[in-house]
Design a protein around this ligand. Structure first.
Ligand SMILES: CC(C)(COP(=O)(O)OP(=O)(O)OC[C@H]1O[C@@H](n2cnc3c(N)ncnc32)[C@H](O)[C@@H]1OP(=O)(O)O)[C@@H](O)C(=O)NCCC(=O)NCCS
Length: 236
């Protein structure tokens, strides 16, 4: 992708500063606006270096995809990996090994996103689940919340993600978040809120490499970052 000329970049930085001065307003699920200040974006410029130039080559065939039956076997393998570190233990790979059950579960995932249903009250907003895929291989997943509620503003934000353990440390999460931010922008989210545990250094780097600007620590003890979703679009 051609780098923007310095004039365009300066204009974008000015635009970001203006936003910073006003704070960031996002629509809340229950109506009304949630407004949070953002920190100085000038302090977070290192996202401007190309993402993982040393790790990008193996990522060329990697893409976001809707969850689908094509990834059945690989998803089950990934689930076993996640379980070894205590992630996604609500999903049982032995049950989901049954193809018709897996297909039903995929339908439920899609429906839950459309209607904003979820076991946890916090997650009850319209959302999209997107998988990070290489060929037929499942590498990771993201959840894009199309709206925030009060709890997501404290813990969860607009976007959550994970990469299966065997695929970590190769730049996938950084590239995945970049792609999901684009989808968020297309869905009308101009500033995406990302929250992260202070001790999750890998995730903090993922967010910072995607232009995340640290705002504050939420009452739930999460670092809150804001990411502009359309950074590659020059201002009008
Ligand atoms: C956090 C997570 C998504 C990172 O995935 P990943 O694909 O390994 O991340 P990347 O390869 O894109 O690495 C991103 C950055 O983190 C750094 N990093 C990776 N693993 C790290 C670790 N264990 N400790 C510190 N930094 C680490 C990388 O060096 C890279 O930094 P750099 O760009 O300065 O070189 C993955 O570890 C994961 O799924 N964890 C469990 C779920 C989770 O924590 N999700 C995020 C919730 S906010």
């Amino acid at each position: 992708m051609p780098r923007p000329d310095p004039g365009q970049r300066a204009a974008r930085v000015r635009e970001t500063r203006d936003r910073s001065a006003r704070g960031v307003a996002v629509r809340r699920a229950g109506g009304g606006e949630l407004r949070l200040a953002v920190a100085d974006p000038e302090r977070h410029r290192d996202h401007e270096r190309p993402v993982g130039s040393r790790t990008l080559a193996p990522l060329l065939a990697v893409t976001l995809a809707d969850p689908g039956p094509r990834y059945h076997r690989s998803f089950l393998d990934a689930l076993r990996e996640y379980h070894r570190e205590g992630l996604h233990t609500d999903l049982d790979p032995r049950l989901l090994a049954d193809r018709s059950r897996f297909l039903r579960w995929l339908d439920e995932v899609r429906e839950a996103g459309v209607h904003g249903t979820a076991p946890l009250e916090r997650d009850r907003v319209p959302h999209r689940i997107l998988w990070w895929i290489e060929g037929d291989e499942y590498l990771g997943r993201a959840r894009l919340n199309l709206r925030l509620n009060d709890e997501l503003a404290e813990f969860g934000g607009h976007i959550g993600y994970d990469i299966r353990p065997s695929a970590r440390g190769r730049g996938h999460a950084t590239a995945l978040l970049r792609a999901v931010l684009r989808v968020a922008g297309e869905a009308g989210i101009e500033n995406a809120l990302l929250t992260c545990a202070p001790g999750n250094h890998a995730s903090r780097r993922v967010i910072e490499r995607n232009g995340g600007v640290l705002a504050d620590t939420s009452a739930a003890g999460r670092l809150r970052y804001w990411c502009l979703t359309r950074r590659s679009t020059p201002p009008a």
